[in-house]
Ligand binder design. Structure first.
Ligand code: NAD
Ligand code: UDX
Length: 470
């Protein structure tokens, strides 16, 4: 097969945007066009302020945009021109119908696939980049074959994306591995090698893994489930630590020093967030139950249940520590994004926590360095509930700094681990807060002994609250 010259990416989101911008950056001979039906998003990709915040992304996009990197809403035209198409559309958890709350909503994948079949006038490689349930490629193939014009042939590959937000560019420059699955037919294997050749422009061949289609699809769900399982495991232990006087950071370190366990992804927290972990675990749970494997489904479901428990446990602890009521108290929430170095708020623990604080009639002051006020309002408003937006606006205040949020607050709650929260002048913050001034560290990131010396009452996940008390 001839080398790839023209790539179209359907979906200009957190994955399609950075992954295909990096391909353009690393392969100047390939024309890359990233398409989306969302015109506002495409406009932002073409502007000075990109639609997503990701360290290093501006440099990559600005250096290739208009040369071999393009953004467009004309999906059909770029499908037609491409030799290879990445399908990188959203696959959220279904909100209603069969499998609601668990199964992946594949409507966007199907719509993109039908479009490819309808408008293609030449043969193409179609790459499943979105995270999908195992065997989705089979449905895509059936749709493509049933709707294509004569003499047009499609090869389908699975090439799941493993980047993490906040480190997307370095993950894409230097991935642990790239995974490409194909049908084990002659033409499938040729297509697989053709895509491998694109990545080989900057990734060592030994880091490009080739498997069958179904292994590739399942590996993506499996990797996210295993990563989330580690977080739920350490979070489960954090509850035991709080009850016994063990320190969860010390336990994680001691366990992580065993090379069989390893040290990464053992940081206890207020619970994992992000658009992937919860969605993909539930997707795996649903897949397992559909395959009539209830014990397997139950096993993975517990990873999700433990995450919900951790968020609720943290909230309950805040309320009980604040003398069992937070009504009319001011709670300063530091961080709203689901992790540092991103403005993404999808499934952020902050949303669950703040909704609970509002239920208890607290006043909530929120500061996040990268999340827009409008996004925060949208995340906290229940869709379809009359006057809900007004009620939310009454309960919350969006602040321009941590100091503003903390002024006259009864408690400071750290939800996102932004580096700047370590550097704050806590003497100043203490002076401005109601006393006793409480700090709840949901990220185990602050210097608790120093804060206690200032006068704060400090509670840290996974550490006995009696520690440091006189
Ligand atoms: P996203 O919502 O940010 O972007 C998806 C984009 O696809 C949207 O802009 C939407 O308008 C567009 N779209 C939907 N249907 C379309 C169509 N028919 N034609 C053109 N555009 C269309 O989603 P994302 O975070 O980029 O995730 C995309 C996929 O990648 C998901 O399956 C996700 O699970 C997976 N993934 C995400 C991450 C991550 O960190 N966000 C990491 C790995 C994998
Ligand atoms: C994740 C996977 O890491 C990535 O490989 C996949 O492609 C997409 O899903 P992402 O969700 O962007 O990436 O970020 P990640 O760093 O995995 O963090 C997810 C959540 O877990 C965040 O809320 C983070 O704060 C939390 N986390 C992570 C912990 O609480 N403890 C840890 O030790 C690690």
């Amino acid at each position: 097969m001839a080398p790839i010259k023209n790539i179209c990416c359907i979906g200009a989101g957190y994955v399609g945007g950075p992954t295909c911008a990096v391909i353009a950056y690393k392969c100047h001979d390939i024309k890359v066009t990233i398409c989306d039906i969302n015109a506002q998003r495409i406009e932002a990709w073409m502007s000075d302020k990109l639609p997503i915040y990701e360290p290093g992304l501006d440099e990559v996009v600005f250096s290739r945009r208009g040369k071999n990197l393009f953004f467009s809403t004309d999906v059909d035209k770029h499908i037609q021109e491409a030799d290879l198409i990445f399908v990188s559309v959203n696959t959220p958890t279904k909100k209603k119908g069969l499998g609601a709350g668990m199964a992946a909503d594949l409507a966007y994948v199907e719509a993109a696939t039908r479009r490819i079949a309808q408008v293609s006038t030449s043969s193409k490689i179609v790459v499943e980049k979105s995270t999908v349930p195992c065997r989705t490629a089979e449905s895509m193939r059936a749709i493509l074959e049933a709707n294509c014009t004569a003499n047009v042939k499609f090869d389908i590959l699975s090439n799941p994306e493993f980047l993490a937000e906040g480190t997307a560019i370095s993950d894409l420059f230097n991935p642990d591995r790239v995974l490409i699955g194909s049908l084990q037919t002659e033409s499938g294997k040729i297509a697989q090698q053709t895509l491998a050749d694109v990545y080989a422009n900057w990734i060592p061949r030994e880091n490009i893994i080739t498997t069958n289609l179904w292994s590739s699809e399942l590996s993506k769900l499996a990797a996210n489930a295993l990563l989330a399982q580690r977080i739920s495991s350490i979070n489960a232990l954090s509850a035991v630590c709080e009850a016994t006087g063990a320190d969860v950071d010390e336990v994680a370190y001691a366990c992580g020093r065993d090379t069989r366990i390893g040290s990464k992804f053992l940081k206890a927290s207020v619970g994992f967030g992000g658009s992937c972990f919860q969605k993909d675990i539930l997707n795996l749970v649903y897949l397992s139950s559909q395959l009539n494997l209830p014990e397997v489904a139950e096993y993975w479901k517990q990873v999700y249940t433990m995450n919900e428990y951790q968020k609720n446990r943290f909230t309950r602890n805040i309320i009980s520590t604040l003398f069992n009521t937070i009504t009319n108290k001011k709670i300063a929430v530091l961080g709203f994004a689901f992790k540092k170095d991103t403005g993404d708020t999808r499934e952020s623990a902050a949303i669950t926590l703040i909704k609970s604080f509002m239920e208890e009639n607290a006043r909530v002051a929120i500061y996040d360095p990268k999340v827009d006020a409008e996004q925060i309002y949208m995340d906290l408003t229940e869709p379809g509930v009359v006057d809900n937006r007004k009620q939310v606006e009454k309960c919350i205040e969006i602040c321009g700094s941590a100091y503003e949020a903390a002024k006259d607050a009864d408690a400071l709650v750290v939800v996102t681990e932004w580096d700047e929260f370590r550097q704050l002048d806590y003497n100043l913050i203490y002076k401005d807060m109601h006393k006793p001034a409480f700090v709840f560290d949901g990220r185990l990131m602050l210097d608790a002994p120093k804060l206690r010396d200032i006068g704060f009452k400090v509670h840290v996940i996974g550490k006995n609250p009696l520690e440091g008390r006189a």
